[in-house]
Design a protein around this ligand. Structure first.
Ligand SMILES: O=C(O)C(=O)C[C@]1(C(=O)O)C=C[C@@H](O)C=C1
Length: 363
């Protein structure tokens, strides 16, 4: 058979498969609309359309049953977008993120909710919390820890005064690039803008490639990218989204010192998420300043064999609490063995706040 004929046959096959996929996606969307009608029929004006535990289960199942040739992550990303579009038919989800447009936090929001979500930039982490608390948006996305630079204290501190719940987590591989605008004189770069964390994450690379260039910390990487549009002697360190948004040229890619540099983000909202089958819980515990306090606090977790994924200490912002510990662990508060440990921790702490149980990041 001629090459032309072979291509024609294969493309006819692809056209027919596409028609089937399209019909099935619309069938699925109709089901989601029916689900929405059932949720609304309860008469609850605050019916919950977004169900993090169900989404995690759907995505995990997609990955489990995948047999290739597309890899499981790629397949899950496609389903992520299908579900995002189905949810938008039920009710468009509005998500506040630490802006401006083009930040890694926006990339995390889109990774988690898919591109049918409406993402709204905020100028600070505090503002993301406030918008969700005020009900102006359904959810918020804030960074919480970076594998190279550690915890983002500002996010943790916000939980001390907030009644919001954590309803999800997202992990994002962070790649930094050095970029310039079309007016930049590449041989005359005298200043490099970026967020302080990003400058820190690229410190060694900067020391060896641009040792004498001034490093200027700004509010976000996207702000750095925006600034260099009008400065011929400046460059910026930012991610792909910012490079695309501001049409910048990447002159050095993946310049982060740690190749596995990643950031964890939290989804904050008002809902308590049921079990998904693979969950994490975050709590905040206040202890009095006395010897062995942390040991006493952690003992029930050890006895019950619960896997701790993070322990952070913050100074309390009220006189009454001396230390505040932020602890993440595997499990859901609805599981009896976790509920029992919470009871024990509550008895020895001066205060215990369960920030939320939520599905472990799938993608
Ligand atoms: O199962 C539901 O509750 C749905 O609304 C359907 C669906 C989906 O498309 O699969 C959509 C949105 C929810 O966040 C979870 C799942």
């Amino acid at each position: 058979m001629s090459e032309e004929k072979q291509l024609l046959n294969l493309r006819e096959k692809i056209d027919s498969i596409d028609a089937d996929i399209q019909r099935l996606i619309n069938e699925r969307a109709t089901c989601a609309q029916e689900v929405a009608a059932v949720k609304q029929a309860g008469g609850d004006t605050d019916a919950l359309f977004y169900r993090p535990e169900r989404e995690a289960q759907v995505l995990r199942r997609v990955m489990e049953r995948n047999s290739g040739p597309l890899n499981s992550e790629e397949m899950a990303r496609l389903f992520r977008e299908i579900m995002s579009a189905c949810l938008a038919l039920e009710q468009p989800v509005k998500v506040a993120f630490l802006g401006p447009e083009g930040t890694f936090t926006q990339a995390a929001a889109l990774k988690h909710f898919g591109h049918s979500a409406v993402s709204v930039p905020m100028s600070s982490i505090d503002e993301v919390f406030r918008e969700v608390e005020a009900g102006a948006v359904n959810y918020g996305v804030v960074p919480v820890e970076n594998s190279t630079e550690g915890v983002i204290n500002h996010t943790l501190d916000n939980f001390m005064d907030s009644g919001l719940k954590i309803c999800g987590e997202v992990e994002l591989r962070i790649h930094h690039h050095l970029m310039v605008s079309e007016t930049t004189r590449k041989d005359k770069i005298s200043r490099i803008y970026s967020h302080a964390q990003s400058l820190a994450q690229c410190r060694k690379w900067l020391d060896s490639h641009y040792p004498n260039v001034e490093r200027v910390a700004v509010n976000s990487n996207a702000e750095a990218a925006r600034r260099i549009k009008s400065e011929w002697h400046s460059a910026a360190i930012a991610g792909d989204m910012a490079a695309e948004l501001y049409e910048l040229e990447k002159i050095a890619e993946k310049i982060e010192d740690q190749p596995d540099n990643s950031t964890r983000f939290l989804i904050i909202g008002t809902q308590e998420v049921p079990e998904s089958g693979a969950d994490k819980t975050s709590i905040m515990v206040a202890m009095r300043n006395q010897p062995g306090a942390l040991h006493d606090l952690l003992e029930p977790f050890r006895t019950a064999g619960i896997d701790l994924t993070r322990v952070e200490t913050r100074p309390s912002n009220t006189g009454a609490w001396n230390y505040v510990f932020f602890i993440d662990f595997m499990g859901h508060v609805d599981q009896p063995h976790i509920a029992e440990v919470m009871k024990q921790v509550g008895a020895s702490a001066s205060d215990l706040k369960i920030l939320g149980s939520y599905p472990q990041a799938v993608l």
